[in-house]
Design a protein around this ligand. Structure first.
Ligand SMILES: C[S@@+](CC[C@H](N)C(=O)[O-])C[C@H]1O[C@@H](n2cnc3c(N)ncnc32)[C@H](O)[C@@H]1O
Length: 368
C-alpha cells in the first residue's frame, strides 16, 4: 500500500537549502516538547501548543517561552481564539494511541476516539499547509489496518491527502532504536515529504557517544541527571545482568542492560525501571534518557525525576522531528512562493494542485 502512494517522497536532507523561515506551527498533545524542539531546530516557530498534564505543560512553557501554551484538555482548546489571527503553516503532534478507534467514528464525542477527532477538528479549523502526526508503528496494523484507513479517510474528508511511513529514529543519528509511524499530509495535492535515512545500520550512533561524559555515580539534579536510588544489594544484582538481559524474567521490558557499542533500545519511563547503563551498575538517569532522545542539555524537564522520565519517554526524538521538518522546507517554500505569485494561496481547493506550484520539482528529482 505504502509503495503505491503517488504523493510519498523521500527527501535528501543534504539538498535542502536552509531551514524554515517565517513558518509557524502548532503542537497538539505537546508533552514536554520533543516535537516542538525538533521543529524549532528546523527553523519553524512554535506559536501554540496544547497539553493536558500540568507538569509537561510546565516543561513546555519553560523551554518555549515564545509559544502560547494551552494547559488543559484539548477538547476545550479553541484555536482561532487562542491564536488571535496568527497564521499557522504546520500542525504537528501525536495523539495518544488509545485515542484511536474505528468504532463510532462519526461521533466525535465517543470517548474511544475523542482525542484523534480533536486533532482532525483543529486541523480542519486552522487549515495548515501541512500537518505531521506521530505515533507508534503498531497504529498501522491495529484492527487489521482499519485504524490506519480511518485516519486517512478522516483527513481526506477535510481535504488533506495523507502519506504514511515508518521512520527508524536511529537512521537519523538518534542513538536509540525507536521506529515511529509518521503521517504527513497537505491540502494542495502536493507531495508528502519524508527525510531520507542518513545512516545505515552499521553506522548507527552507539549509546556511549551520547552518555559517556556524564558523571558515573554523582547526580546533577540541575540538569535532570538523577536515577532511582539503588541499595548495595540491588546494585550487586544489577552487576550480574549481562548486556541484553533483564533483571526480571517476568517484567522483561524494564531494567534491561544496554549493549555497549550499539544504539540504546527504545527508552520508556517504566516507573523508574529504565534501562540499565551499558557499563555501570545502575539504571540510566533522566538526563541520559534525554540524551538518548537527542534533547539538548539546555532543555530542562520540570517535576520530580519519575515525572521527568515520563515526559522524556513519551517524546518524539527532537532530532527525528528536526529531520521531518527539514524535509518539509522545500515544499513549504514552494507554497509560499506560489502564494506570492498568485496572492491567493489560501484557496480551499480540497486536494487539487494549486497552479502556481506546478510543475513542482521534488527534492528527489521527480516532478508531479
Ligand atoms: C505521546 S505524548 C506526546 C509527546 C510529544 N509529542 C513530545 O514529543 O514530547 C501524548 C501527550 O498527549 C497528552 N494528552 C493526553 N490526553 C490529552 C488531552 N485530552 N488533551 C491534551 N493533551 C492530552 C498526554 O498528557 C501526553 O503528554
Amino acid at each position: 500500500m505504502e509503495d503505491r502512494d503517488p504523493l510519498k517522497r523521500f527527501v535528501e536532507l543534504r539538498d535542502v537549502d536552509g531551514r524554515a523561515n517565517g513558518m509557524n506551527f502548532v503542537d497538539l498533545f505537546s508533552g514536554a516538547g520533543g516535537f516542538s524542539q525538533g521543529l524549532r531546530q528546523a527553523g519553524f516557530t512554535p506559536v501554540a501548543s496544547v497539553e493536558l498534564i500540568e507538569i509537561a505543560s510546565a516543561t513546555h512553557c519553560r523551554n518555549f517561552p515564545e509559544c502560547k501554551h494551552f494547559s488543559g484538555d484539548i477538547k476545550n482548546f479553541n484555536p482561532s481564539e487562542w491564536l488571535e489571527g496568527k497564521s499557522v503553516h504546520l500542525v504537528a503532534g501525536g495523539p495518544p494511541c488509545q485515542g484511536f478507534s474505528v468504532a463510532g467514528k462519526r461521533d466525535p464525542n465517543d470517548p474511544r476516539n475523542v482525542l484523534f477527532r480533536q486533532y482532525v477538528r483543529i486541523v480542519a479549523e486552522l487549515r495548515p499547509w501541512y500537518f505531521v502526526m506521530e505515533n507508534v508503528p503498531g497504529i498501522l496494523t491495529m484492527k487489521n489496518g482499519a485504524v490506519r484507513y480511518a485516519i486517512v479517510e478522516a483527513f481526506e474528508e477535510i481535504g488533506y491527502k495523507t502519506s504514511v511511513a515508518v521512520l527508524e529514529s536511529a537512521d537519523y543519528r538518534v542513538p536509540q532504536i525507536r521506529p515511529r509511524a509518521i503521517f504527513v499530509a497537505n491540502r494542495f495535492g502536493l507531495p508528502n515529504p519524508f527525510p531520507k535515512p542518513q545512516l545505515r545500520p552499521d553506522e548507527y550512533v552507539p549509546i556511549e557517544s551520547a552518555i559517556s561524559d556524564l558523571p558515573e555515580y554523582t547526580p546533577i539534579p540541575e540538569i535532570n541527571h538523577e536515577w532511582t536510588k539503588h541499595s548495595k544489594n540491588f546494585m550487586d544484582r544489577i552487576s550480574k545482568v549481562p548486556a541484553g538481559g533483564s533483571l526480571y524474567e517476568t517484567y522483561f521490558d524494564a531494567f534491561k542492560r544496554q549493549y555497549p557499542g550499539l544504539p540504546s533500545m527504545t527508552v520508556k519511563e517504566n516507573h523508574g525501571g529504565t534501562h540499565i547503563h551499558p557499563h555501570l551498575n545502575r539504571v540510566i538517569s533522566a538526563r541520559e534518557m534525554a540524551r538518548l532522545q537527542t534533547f539538548p542539555d539546555s532543555f530542562i524537564f520540570e517535576g520530580p525525576m519519575k515525572k521527568a522520565m515520563w515526559q522524556i519517554g513519551n517524546a518524539i526524538p527532537p532530532r527525528l522531528a528536526e529531520c521531518i521538518g527539514l524535509a518539509l522546507v522545500p515544499y513549504m517554500n514552494a507554497i509560499a512562493d506560489a502564494g506570492e505569485i498568485q496572492g491567493d494561496i489560501d484557496i480551499p481547493n480540497h486536494g487539487e494542485a494549486i497552479s502556481g506550484v506546478q510543475p513542482f520539482l521534488c527534492a528527489d528529482g521527480t516532478s508531479l
